[in-house]
Design a binder for this molecule. Sequence first.
Ligand code: GDP
Length: 454
Amino acid sequence: MFETLSRGFRQARNRLAGLTELTEQNIETALREVRLSLLEADVEIGVVKAFLSRVKEKALGRTLEVKVKHGGETHEVSASDHFIKICHDELEAMMAHEGQEIVWAQSGATGIMVVGLQGSGKTTSCAKLARYLDKEGKKPLLVAADMQRPAAVEQLKVLGDQLKIPVFNIPGASPVEICAAAREHAKKQGRDVIIYDTAGRLAIDEPLMKELADIKSRTKPDNIFLVVDAMIGQDAVKTARSFHDRLDISGVIVTKLDGDARGGAALSIKEVTGAPVLFTGLGETTDKFEPFRADGMASRILGMGDVVGLMQDFEQVVDQKKAEKDAARMLQGDFTLDDFLEQVRMIQKMGSLKDLVDKLPIGNMFPGGLPQDVNLDDRELVRIQAVIQSMTALEKRDPYALIREPKRVERISKGSGSKPEAVTELVQKFLFMRQMMGGLGQNMGMLGKIPGMK
Ligand code: GDP
């Protein structure tokens, strides 16, 4: 699945290999590879253009953002990782849908009308959907209303038998009559989801659309799912557009993704029609059916097994780099009250002080728990924050100002709700700690370099 697309992204990544920075020029080169594979994979041309321009814009912006974050320096997330991360996010955004796949009825049975061209895999998908819902604890009823294809009713009955899911049909009745009668039948049988397998045609025509519109107005389904075959490429997108214009479909089931090396349809449908892909068919048997997950699909399209790990690393790297730099600065005695505040906030994010100490090796030194006189009051952290936040930029940069001009201490005391002595004590402790850190750094300098230290 998606080999053509994956090839393009892999080649783009190779083009950027070894580079540390994304520039307009190397982005263009990488995008050329992607463009070719998107077109070859049958992605709609407008979608290709929009995707490429969004990736380009983000890629240029991202370089800037990282540079700003690191004080004008480039850092070690490689250009190719950046690029792939941006592509991943854009692919995901392009295919993602909000909310649940299925809209559930407020009262009575939920109706799901399934439409599509002949041979798209509509009848099979109805059975797959019924099986999926049955596994979710629902009680589906299948309605055989595809009178167009002679074998369709029989096919659905066979599948229903295999799955032990009832199939409703009225021999000789019209599709609209069958569907209209299904609700009553479902009620009697205690079924809570009704899946209507409607008629297909070889191509879209007016009688088909009229029949489907009639069924829609008679049954008022909560969902209308269109089944499209991924193998027909761009035609799948055109089909989706026509059905959506006429029936206002709620989502698409893309079938035969197991057989298609191109898969462009899955990528274009939402962008072109506005209707999201909700499920995928991945084989002939009824178990080969999955809810569509845009993030998983983006990873599969990129064709890189390590993409998820890459994403996580990426999210963390900015913080890691900063933490390393902070550590280096601290050990050089260059540590500000803002750094201090940031660390206090980090500790708070990790949970309570007591929990934190329990997780550390020193926690185990006290088998009966920490001694009572060790005071770990989380409120202390809140107090420290309030004091630092009441300081001016100058005071944070130069805490000695508080010792030189006691009036400042008074102001901070009022602003933070701490006693003046507490403010002074905090500043003294901070200055002492900074001095100690600096001394520690010098000693370590003799022992060897620490990561991030120049
Ligand atoms: P309908 O005319 O739209 O009702 O189509 P069918 O449900 O009869 O499916 C047409 C053919 O496509 C059948 O041979 C199915 O087994 C096959 N089919 C349906 N879904 C899939 C799928 O996800 N993968 C593969 N490989 N074949 C499928």
